[in-house]
Design a protein around this ligand. Structure first.
Ligand code: TXD
Length: 321
């Protein structure tokens, strides 16, 4: 099997970590593209010079030329500006929409057969715009948010319960914003509901609920928590790792069921929007959106999350994108 070619558009914080993870896991040959002269070349040289120590053997290219992404199987887009402290994801809309438009045009031109994973914020709007400009099949364009939000939620649950995070399963659906929907009822530790474990720990249901609500709130604000501490830029290690999990499922046709921003054609009662939902990822990209039973409260939360995505997309269209 020949090696896959993976291009990363945007060689900033997330882009650099992505390139290193691709090399370390020998996921494929990697191209790191950025408009900043010499920077992607410098990062790639630095990563490549660790090959002897880390023991990887893949081709790595840093570039300012879109031609170099020709023939990519997978494109991961991180291009855009990150949030500064106090800035909402939506403030980024206009700046990043302009960038995404040019990225999508070039990916369409040079890598028309690729599958695209979008990471840039505001996530659900950027995925929508990339698909619209590229004209790629909806299933070949997807966004990374839910894998990270779910990993954050799982981490907080593991810390709270004193169990290995490897045994925690918890999913976050909806848009990648303050209206995201952590599914508390489905969260479990190797099948045991987290709510039951919290009730046993605290001996009463009210306290268990309070603790769960605090974890849900922390999950929703987790991106901002990191931004506040870093002071310059936003989270980059965990977003890169999350996109790599999606890339692996696509490249190795693993059919993992992961929460991703996927295009809805009536699933969950929504049509025509990219929203975070469970989906099976394989060599064709998003191969299936998986529905699940939601109670009234969960439906209401998902509904308002989709409304937030709808209004973001409407804003973007009003601004001419
Ligand atoms: O989970 C998630 N989806 C996210 C998303 C979690 C955290 C951060 N998320 C967003 O990813 C963030 O709000 C940004 O929109 C992107 C990238 O974040 P990163 O931290 O990597 O930002 P950087 O370091 O500023 O890198 C962005 C790079 C930078 O090197 C620019 O020169 C480049 O993008 N850039 C471009 N590349 C290609 N083409 C164009 N036009 C372009 N414009 C800027």
């Amino acid at each position: 099997m020949s090696r896959k070619k993976i291009s990363i558009i945007g060689g900033g914080q997330i882009g650099g970590v992505l390139a290193q993870l691709i090399a370390l896991r020998q996921l494929g040959d990697a191209v790191l593209f950025d408009i900043v002269e010499d920077m992607p070349q410098g990062k790639i040289l630095d990563i490549a010079e660790a090959a002897r120590v880390d023991g990887f053997d893949v081709n790595l290219v840093g570039t300012n030329k879109y031609e170099d992404i020709k023939g990519s199987d997978l494109v991961i887009v991180t291009a855009g500006l990150p949030r500064k402290p106090g800035m909402s994801r939506d403030d980024l809309l206009v700046t990043n929409a302009k960038i995404m438009q040019s990225v999508a045009e070039n990916v369409k031109k040079y890598a028309p057969g690729s599958i695209a994973i979008i990471i840039s914020n505001p996530l659900d709007a950027m995925v929508t715009l990339f698909q619209k400009v590229s004209g790629f099949d909806h299933g070949k364009v997807l966004g990374q948010a839910g894998v990270l939000d779910s990993s954050r939620f799982s981490t907080f649950i593991a810390w709270e319960l004193g169990v290995s995070v490897k045994d925690v399963n918890a999913m976050v659906l909806g848009g990648h914003g303050d209206t995201m929907v952590p599914l508390t009822r489905y969260a479990n530790v190797n099948g045991i509901p987290v709510m039951e474990l919290l009730e046993r720990k605290y001996g009463n249901a009210a306290k268990a609920k309070e603790v769960m609500t605090a974890m849900v709130d922390r999950t929703k604000m987790a991106g901002g928590e990191v931004v506040k501490l870093l002071k310059t830029g936003s989270a980059f290690y965990s977003p890169a790792s999350s996109a790599i999990a999606m890339a692996e499922s696509i490249i190795y046709d693993e059919k993992r069921l992961l929460p991703v921003s996927a295009f809805l054609k009536g699933e969950f009662g929504f049509k025509g929007y990219y929203v975070g939902v469970p989906a099976v990822l394989g060599s064709a990209g998003v191969e299936k959106v998986v529905e699940l039973t939601l109670d009234d409260e969960e439906k209401k939360l998902l509904d308002s999350s989709v409304k937030a995505v709808e209004s973001l997309v409407a804003d973007m269209e009003r601004l001419g994108f």
